[in-house]
Write a protein of this length. Structure first.
Length: 387
């Protein structure tokens, strides 16, 4: 009850700010960007694309001092979103670009702006409050950023348009069908991909030069579990056996966990062929260099199948408990995620040993790809044409 009262009190104080923000003059050519999970995802890649074009004043709105320093080290325009400078940019920018909701930047100072929701993944999970219960009038009052439709919403196909229309209540006429900015790199040359990493991914630069000498790169990217438990123990993965297999293949096995996953995998540090990547690392520039992706219910499946000549393995070892304790699906899991499935570590190890993952170019995966992605037009281009 105290938490609810606090939310109501804060909303009452903030609504006048929202009203006043409508009076602020806004610069059509000023674009500000932010992401709930840090300097990553679609907002980051659209931000870099807009900077490359050079005809917009772009600013990254950092959520922490560490994030601000990270972006500043790259020589990019950045400020703290809850600083005086951040408030100034929020009141004078015409375009707000964000991944989740407008409060990734500052919903309460966005009156009169054009809010553009880029979202953070296509997929088959139910999303938003509507997925679990009927929203209340009180929720709409205290969390208006989660219910206020953006001016534009990035979608990727008619199938996903219907999905987001239902679960996020986005009007169809506000949707722009285009490619996710974070996936634009997939369609560039290897030289351009490497140059991007050298320029914007200092943590990956040294790591990639080390890894690229190996014959194969395996990547395990499981989705987030809402239970918050250490689900890795349930996978049955034997790190010693896995490391031995990687040594035999002269390869590496990478672990990349969801940023919100609370888990300790320090034991992996004892094995030279197993690498635990930073949870906040932007994985999309690395994906073109990965040979085989191992995942489960994550939307990374749909990004990865855009890459040609790759292998993918599904490892839904906890399917029934995930369904009952975590998320439900809006689409049938088996139908909409075709590919090689394994449910135990011995099965997984044998699949890696024999390289019998599913080809991303296979007919059944290509069919799914065509349902989730119907345009290769970069979003920056599609947005400029729309506006």
């Amino acid at each position: 009850m105290k938490h609810q009262n606090l939310l109501i009190f804060r909303a009452i104080l903030r609504y006048p700010l929202l009203a006043l923000s409508y009076l602020s003059p806004r610069n059509e050519n000023k674009w500000i960007f932010g992401c709930r999970t840090g300097f990553m995802d679609n907002p980051k890649h659209l931000f870099l694309k807009a900077l490359d074009h050079g005809n917009k004043q772009c600013v990254w709105m950092a959520r922490s001092k560490a994030e601000k320093e990270e972006v500043a080290r790259l020589g990019l325009p950045v400020c703290l979103r809850h600083s005086l400078k951040g408030f100034y940019h929020c009141l004078t920018a015409k375009y707000f670009f964000f991944s989740h909701f407008a409060n990734d930047i500052n919903f309460w100072l966005s009156g009169g702006s054009r809010r553009v929701m880029l979202w953070h993944g296509v997929g088959i999970k139910k999303i938003g409050i509507r997925a679990y219960r009927k929203e209340s009038t009180l929720e709409r009052f205290v969390l208006p950023d989660q219910f206020s439709a953006p001016k534009y919403f990035l979608t990727t196909s008619p199938l996903m348009s219907r999905h987001f229309h239902y679960y996020l209540d986005i009007p169809y006429d506000r949707m722009i069908n285009a490619m996710y900015p974070r996936n634009d790199l997939f369609f560039r040359s290897r030289e351009a991909q490497t140059l991007f990493i050298w320029k914007y991914e200092p943590e990956l630069t040294q790591r990639l030069s080390e890894l690229s000498r190996q014959s194969k790169l395996f990547l395990y990217m499981p989705t987030y579990r809402d239970t918050g438990t250490d689900f890795m123990a349930s996978t049955g993965i034997d790190f010693h056996e896995l490391n031995q297999e990687m040594e035999k293949q002269n390869s590496y096995f990478l672990f990349k966990l969801h940023p919100f996953t609370r888990i300790d995998l320090n034991q992996i540090s004892h094995y030279p062929r197993l690498i635990l990547l930073d949870k906040h690392l932007d994985m999309y520039p690395l994906l073109p260099f990965v040979d085989t992706l191992i995942t489960d219910y994550s939307s990374i499946y749909y990004d990865f199948i855009l890459l040609k000549g790759k292998k993918i393995v599904l490892f839904p070892f906890d399917y029934h408990s995930y369904m009952s304790q975590c998320r439900d699906f809006a689409f049938d899991f088996n139908e909409y995620t075709p590919g090689k499935r394994v449910y135990t570590f011995p099965e997984l190890l044998e699949t890696l040993r024999t390289h019998k993952g599913s080809d991303t170019d296979s007919p059944e995966i290509t069919q799914i790809k065509n349902r989730f992605w119907t345009s290769e037009i970069p979003f920056y281009q599609a947005l400029c044409e729309r506006t």
